[in-house]
Write a protein that binds this ligand. Sequence first.
Ligand SMILES: [Zn+2]
Length: 469
Amino acid sequence: MRYTLLLTFIIFMQTGGYTQDGKVFEAGAASSNITPKIGTSTNGYFQDNPITHIHDETYAKAIVLYDGETKLAIAVSDLCVIKRETAQNAKQRAHEITGIPMENMMLSATHTHSGGTSCPVFQSDPDPAYLTFIEERIADAIIRAHNNLQPARIGWDSGSEPDQVFCRRWNLKEPVTNPLGTKDMVAMNPGVDNPNKIDPTAPVDPELPVVVIQALTGEYIGLLANYSLHYVGGVPKGDVSADYFSLFANNMETLMGAQNQSVPFVGIMSNGTSGDINNIDFSGHFVQAKTPYVQMEYVANRLAAEAFRVVREIEYQDWVKLGSAQKDITLGIRKPTSAEVERAKDIIAKAEGPVMITREEVYARETMFMKDYPSEAPVLLQAFRIGDLAIGAIPCEPFAAIGLELKEKSAFEDMFTISLANGFHGYLPTPEQHALGGYETWRARTSHLEVNASTEIVATLLELIKSLK
Ligand SMILES: [Zn+2]
């Protein structure tokens, strides 16, 4: 017994992973390349977009944290969306090798619109080989981050960048007819010169939370940021690009002096609640760069400058408590009526095909998929605790107002949401925004949850967060 104690004490002194009161805190990070091959599909548009060029590589990036008791893994992939099945398979594989419980893994997509297709979205369908590849590679990022665990400290704080987020939904003076044949009181991306537009429908969330993990050697292990911006775009057709998400990460690596480390630094930008937010100012005040890739560089530079200001002021903690909670809730699906199915059949019959070109045709095709959907679906919600910080995960594209409400009502003062996480159930407008209509509410595989879904999701997530206190 005495010998064991002595041995424990010696190990204790040597590993250095322990704080002064004997607690352990470790962190590791890694990235795996998930670039799709040329000739396969990218998603994010109404028609399929086959890959002809790879402008920059896409990655699955993971951070693993360990407080001596609990291990958490956060992995963010350069994909438009991640299917629940893909996330589950990746978690399963990572669990088998690391022992980290699957419910302690949060897997999300950045929402780049120029990554490999990982889920059927409008007329893009995934290459089955690519799905297997990303399942393995996302798991690999977690396994390697776990292999890289080393004594660490952690800190976080928030910055703000209000100039790069704009509500893309505008109220209209006169209603307009949408592709489903009903009326909208709002338009997405109305155009700067549209005389029918009044003002943006909802607030933006300019917050830029930044979590930094640093090895006790002084090297930075990784950084997790979160911003509520859909994506930037400006990518030529056929190109693969991780959009501003990876440019931001590269900038942070340079600013933090973390290049060429023995264990590479991993910078991550996760997507906040950006379902109704993009980078285009329809008031015409800010004009987006038109040259490919220039605007995303500008956005990445602006955000990196602000994030680095935050990094320099972060106060680190030697140990924080980790925790996780998750719950599946059942939500209804908006199914088409038989009259709507007949209308869709009619439109498709008249279409030239096989590719659906007009919005009416594209949504008629979606209606045919939605008629075969079940009337309910399980929706997985998840919350992590990292000390006094809570991170919520929603498998949708929630509107910014939803993220703001969660931040305001969270039992943890510091809280942010990672969207497009652990699955994909399309856009998540608030009930008020559903009533106004507009692109994000049009029934499709990319927008199908019941009108009150956000109310239930917010209530459940707040409960999960509270349970972690
Ligand atoms: Zn989207």
